[in-house]
Design a protein around this ligand. Structure first.
Ligand code: FAD
Length: 569
């Protein structure tokens, strides 16, 4: 029998350690193994990806490629610039492939793409092996054990997990890798020679091919930001399995931190170093295995002499939250990503009429905040010029560094939606999608639904004050001083409410509180905007809106937009 010729398709798993799918590929004892990454237009054209996450991805790819070469001098990660749906039939034929192996992806698009690729493999007589490894549990099994329902609470994850059994221990990285086969691609000539426009987000790229499949030098190399026509990254956070494992080692070496970690007690205002692990982007790109993370923490907890924290607030508990959102998404598919059509997501008529006429089905009544006003609030929130220093500092950190602390995310998400601006959560989620280096569709969408009280969480009367909340963590306002340097001379008393400072003092401290933030200078002095609304008044408006929406009790699959009006179905 001929020996297997295998393509290993890297996607959500840019690592060599603890990869059940890679192990399955190597267990085939292949004659040759092609480690590839296909440059999927779904991400390149459609997804909003800022330069910081691009840089992180390229870091992960470069590091992985080097690690592959360390195990086999003839091998490296082959970056092939074409959509998998059109590329694979050609690769199967040209490279005489017998097996295709990859890690399971339960994202809505991931499932659709993989089904298509699996059908193509079947047609070509190629066997496909798929193993889960991106989450603690196999998500389809988790959903099945949750009575076939989306996992909407941590208790459900814990109960379903118990039925599945112990989370598997991580697998060691391989010590060697097979040779790759010949990488010639005759069909490359068929591809038109034009530069890919990665900024053309609206293009449906699936039927399109990139320019040179093997990159400009014909060597399948990892591209540079410059080659991709991207602006340089501004974040200091860098990707790659080597860095991820070193970060994990450092965390685990601190047994007290690892064993007693309690998320609600970590400071959102801490920076250099931040208060939580900052491993989320590594988990997103799969440069760190979540099971490796889980078991390294659990082993410390098991041996710890003092009082160790427990899920859901402990570090292992954080990973269960991750599985919860992944499980909800795995079950709901595309519907999970938006209100419309989503049976789990409450329908809140954000800046639309807030009362419903049940006889006609028309949702009518007073506008809480009209669309024009909501758009102004949204833009000022996005650009970090709301006039609330805590909110603006967080939004500026997010844009510049691509990461903010979990409670910082709580603060800005609550503020944009039901605790301030009354803007639809989907708009905020899109900004996070573009700027976060750890953007994970399931976690981002799920957490936005949580914070906007549309799913997972319902205590809408509990809001984060942009003044009292940060004061609890950082009386001095050092976090604000770093990210809103206009205010660095303001004393502690005014750092979260600079508009209350007397104008003579504002002048003395070199910054005038005036306008909407579109001007950076006033009378030759630096300017910082006035708050865009009175927070207490606005909070009451929001609570009233949520109260109405909860009373009406519609979900995303109960309402529909018809002729510009939401209607009850
Ligand atoms: P740690 O506290 O050290 O936790 C360890 C790991 O557990 C994290 O790396 C992460 O993988 C996981 N985790 C922790 N908290 C959560 C949570 N609430 N939900 C899901 N997973 C969690 N996380 C993302 O990974 N990607 C996102 O796109 C994302 N978007 C978010 C949007 C909003 C509005 C909010 C409120 C939270 C979002 N989170 C997201 C969850 C959470 O804020 C981050 O995972 C966490 O802050 C990452 O920092 P860390 O690695 O230091 O976390």
């Amino acid at each position: 029998m001929p020996k297997p010729r295998v393509i290993y398709w890297f996607r959500t798993d840019l690592r060599l350690h603890d990869s059940p799918a890679l192990k399955a590929a190597l267990d085939l004892k292949p004659e040759c193994l092609y480690p590839i990454w296909t440059w999927d237009p779904h991400y390149v054209y459609r997804a909003r990806v800022g330069p910081n996450r691009w840089q992180y991805l390229l870091d992960c790819q470069s590091d992985l490629s080097k690690s592959i070469t360390k195990l086999n001098l003839k091998s490296k990660l082959l970056l092939i610039r074409e959509a998998p749906q059109t590329l694979f039939p050609k690769l199967f034929k040209q490279w005489k492939i017998t097996h295709l192996v990859f890690e399971k992806d339960t994202d809505a698009y991931g499932r659709e793409r993989d089904q298509k690729v699996m059908a193509l493999a079947k047609e070509a007589g190629v066997e496909v092996l798929v193993r889960y490894g991106r989450t603690l549990y196999d998500l389809d099994e988790l959903v099945e054990q949750n009575n076939g329902k989306p996992t909407m609470s941590i208790n459900q994850v814990q109960a379903a997990g118990k039925k599945i059994g112990k989370i598997p221990r991580p697998i060691a990285a391989p010590k060697s890798l097979p040779d790759p086969g010949d990488t010639g691609l005759d069909f490359e000539q068929e591809v038109p020679d034009s530069k890919p426009d990665i900024n053309a987000k609206q293009r449906d790229g699936v039927e399109e091919s990139y320019t040179q499949l093997a990159g400009p030098n014909g060597d399948f190399a990892v591209p540079t930001m410059e080659e991709l026509g991207l602006k340089p990254a501004t974040t200091q956070h860098r990707g790659g399995e080597t860095i991820a494992l070193k970060m994990l080692d450092d965390i685990i070496a601190n047994e007290d931190y690892t064993a007693t970690f309690e998320k609600p007690k970590t400071a959102p205002t801490a920076f250099e170093p931040q208060a939580t692990t900052l491993l989320s982007p590594h988990l997103h790109f799969g440069s760190l295995s979540c099971r490796e993370f889980y078991w390294r923490c659990q082993d410390v907890v098991d041996k710890y002499k003092g009082h160790a924290s427990q899920p859901p607030t402990s570090l292992t508990g954080q990973l269960l939250f991750r599985d919860m959102y992944f499980g909800a998404q795995a079950s709901l598919g595309y519907a999970f990503g938006q209100t419309y059509g989503n049976p789990q997501c409450r329908f809140i008529p954000w800046h639309l009429p807030s009362k419903i006429d049940t006889s006609s089905g028309l949702i009518t009544g007073e506008y809480l905040i009209d669309n024009k006003q909501a758009d102004v609030y949204f833009q000022r929130w996005r650009e970090g010029r709301t006039g609330f220093p805590w909110i603006d500092a967080l939004m500026r950190q997010l844009k510049h560094e691509g990461w903010i602390h979990h409670l910082g995310r709580h603060a800005v998400a609550c503020f944009l939606t039901r605790g301030g601006c009354y803007v639809d959560w989907e708009r905020g989620a899109e900004v996070f999608e573009e700027w976060l280096i750890d953007h994970e569709a399931a976690c981002n969408i799920g957490n936005w639904q949580w914070l906007s009280c549309t799913a997972f969480y319902a205590q809408y009367y509990r809001c984060y004050s942009p003044i009292a909340f940060p004061q609890k963590w950082d009386k001095e306002g050092n976090f604000v001083r770093k990210f809103v340097p206009e205010l660095d001379k303001f004393p502690q008393k005014y750092i979260y409410e600079p508009w209350k400072a007397p104008i003579t003092d504002q002048k003395k401290w070199g910054c005038i509180i005036k306008g909407d933030g579109s001007e950076t200078e006033v009378d030759g002095k630096r300017a910082y905007p006035k708050p865009m609304f009175d927070f207490s008044t606005q909070r009451e408006v929001c609570i009233q809106g949520l109260k109405n929406a909860y009373r009406i009790g519609l979900h995303g699959n109960d309402a529909k937009v018809l002729d510009g009006t939401w209607r009850k179905l």
